[in-house]
Design a protein around this ligand. Sequence first.
Ligand SMILES: [Zn+2]
Length: 161
Amino acid sequence: MSEALDELLHGPSALPVLVKPDGTYETTVYPPATLAEYAPESIDIDYEGSFEDGQILDHHERDAIGSVENGWTVLTGWSADPSLFIMRNDQYIGGDLAEHIAGTPGLWAVVSVEMHPHPCGAGKDGMPCPEWTEHETCEHAEGGESDGVGWALVHREVGDS
Ligand SMILES: [Zn+2]
């Protein structure tokens, strides 16, 4: 049972899983009934230092948790790392965590946690300089794609559960 939950939540469909009050669960149908039932696509997290060696501090984590909207809440307290909520990529939904999910009715979804390089702030009024604006990289800031930090579980209560 726990294996199935991990497969469903980490599956390619990326659709939320509906846990029913009796502890059974199923992948939700697409599209969801209301806009709010769409899980966030990702959670963006800020950091200090360089993009390569970014330090994610507690307040960055709290801000990221607070950024999740539409009734979704971020599951905290289950990371294998000293993190409030970011699960390592090698973490697996099994054991106590699977039991916790199966015992908590509502919608559950796995979302990626991502860092984005800071834009340049060397232009006028702290805006990006012209070079950044053209190329999204410049001598003041690192360019590059977003970087996956890990993943998180989000939960949302539904209707009359
Ligand atoms: Zn610049």
